[in-house]
Design a protein around this ligand. Structure first.
Ligand code: F6R
Length: 245
């Protein structure tokens, strides 16, 4: 099995276009695709590009099912920091995905039982066709914070200090960032048939090289992508990859 495919592009705009080509091709090939959708800043251009292609009639997203990747715990449904709200604004509404085509993470009740049921549901549906992921400054995928094993299940997690600090850029300050979340586990993500990892900006330079070239292990959760072979395409812009990379 070969390793991840690395696509290095000039800038964030090209990152969005090139990754949209792959996602669009997959959705066209698998119209009923199960698609995991990250929030965060990096994939926003990709989502806008997909929405434009749908608007132009180039892709049809009516048949896909969207699977929520992660969500903070302890927020009201209409809280401005809800990651579901972010996903709705950036992906579901622009792509015309109705609520009944969204599989949401459990946020209350017996979370360990309900997260296990979520994983069983994903398996029963045949797993994930496309996972669209960003890369945390600490190497997280979703909110699989280090250390996270390749077998990690969907579960509630404590967010790391690094993640809380970087998420403060979304919401104002560190005190605005919830400290706990639910995330789809690495086990489900790594078994996706297509994994699109988007990496943009100088701040990701060191971590992207650790992910792709460093030792594989729980301290850099995304390093397990090295074992997921050619299912994985990493799109990195020059700022993230480095001119001499
Ligand atoms: C968000 C998520 C996170 C982000 C990652 C990168 O739903 O799962 O793993 O993808 O933290 O965030 P950005 O793109 O803002 O650098």
């Amino acid at each position: 099995m070969s390793g991840p495919r690395i696509v290095i592009v000039d800038d964030a705009e090209e990152l969005s276009r090139a990754s949209a080509d792959l996602v669009a091709e997959t959705i066209t090939r698998v119209p009923a695709a199960s698609v995991v959708v990250a929030t965060g800043r990096t994939p926003m251009g990709l989502y806008a590009e997909l929405a434009a292609r749908r608007q132009a009639g180039v892709i049809d997203t009516d048949g896909i099912t969207v699977i929520q990747l992660d969500e903070y715990l302890g927020l009201d449904a209409d809280d401005r920091r809800s990651l579901f709200g972010w996903m709705r604004r950036s992906f579901l509404d622009p792509l015309g995905i109705r609520d009944e085509r969204v599989i949401r993470l459990p946020l209350d009740g017996d979370l360990s039982e309900r997260c296990a049921a979520f994983d069983r549901c994903l398996e029963a549906r045949g797993g994930i066709d496309v996972a669209i992921l960003g890369l945390g400054a600490n190497g997280h995928l979703g909110f699989n914070e280090p250390p996270a094993d390749r077998d990690a299940r969907t579960r509630a997690v404590d967010l790391s200090v690094v993640t809380i600090r970087s998420n403060a850029a979304y919401w104002g300050e560190v005190a605005d960032v919830p400290t706990q979340a639910v995330t789809v586990g690495l086990r489900a993500l790594l078994s996706a048939r297509t994994i699109v990892l988007l990496v943009s900006g100088r701040g990701k330079n060191e971590i992207v090289h650790r992910v792709i070239e460093g030792p594989i292990g729980p301290e850099v959760p995304a390093s397990f992508l090295q074992e997921a072979g050619d299912a994985v395409t990493v799109f990195a812009d020059l700022a993230a990859w480095g001119d001499d990379g």
